[in-house]
Design a protein around this ligand. Structure first.
Ligand code: FES
Length: 212
């Protein structure tokens, strides 16, 4: 990516424009506070719920998140710009993420990425003219034994071949986010009950083994 000269003397958003965060979104962000020792620690889930609701996190949204968390807006920008999964500008309704890490590279990830570019007619970080698809690459998608991997709107596609790319991209189900990330941050009442996990060993067993 080429160097960009930014004019910091000009405001990056209109401070007098109406707020972009609804009261419901602000309440959702505040609902995270009891989970953490500091309000600042709720920043990552806050970014997820705002991105899921608005599609991306604009500079104005960042300033409003900062206001709710009572932290400087620069802290929100710092965090957001560190993670590739957050967007500060508009993105397509379907985000195609191609894995660029070693295990996938060894089994043909580059050809799968080329097929995505050819099928969508865009380059990496691009968005199709109709606003339907954006294409990015990211590090390991955590399915290294089933590469090459593609993630489309949070749905993982494993062992993808270049020949399959066109079919996968045309699947109408790609429009569904599976599951929305903000759902991962729902409170205990909304979450399904966790299955009971059978204990496989007790501290006393280990103690007995050591003593025997
Ligand atoms: S290297 Fe591609 S999923 Fe891990």
């Amino acid at each position: 990516m080429a160097w960009q000269a930014l004019d910091r003397t000009k405001p990056v958003f209109d401070k007098d424009a109406p707020p972009v965060l609804s009261e419901a979104l602000r309440a959702k962000i505040r609902s995270f506070f009891p989970r953490y020792e500091t309000q600042r620690a709720a920043l990552l889930p806050a970014l997820h719920v705002v991105q899921d609701a608005l599609g991306h996190v604009s500079h104005k949204a960042m300033a409003e998140i900062a206001e709710v968390l009572e932290i400087p807006p620069s802290a929100v920008l710092d965090t957001l710009s560190f993670y590739t999964h957050y967007w500060d500008h508009e993105r397509g309704s379907k985000v195609v993420v191609a894995c660029r890490s070693l295990s996938c590279q060894l089994v043909g990830a580059e050809k799968v990425l080329d097929a995505c570019k050819a099928e969508l007619g865009i380059d990496e970080h691009g968005t199709t003219e109709d606003g339907k698809y954006s294409l990015v690459t990211e590090e390991c998608l955590a399915a290294c034994d089933h590469g090459p991997c593609l993630l489309i709107n949070e749905k993982l596609h494993k062992c993808v071949t270049p020949e399959e790319v066109a079919r996968i991209l045309k699947d109408p189900k790609n429009a569904e986010i599976d599951p929305p990330r903000s759902n991962l941050f729902d409170g205990p009442a909304a979450a399904a009950p966790a299955p009971a996990i059978e204990a496989v060993g007790k501290t006393s067993d280990i103690q007995e083994m050591r003593e025997s």
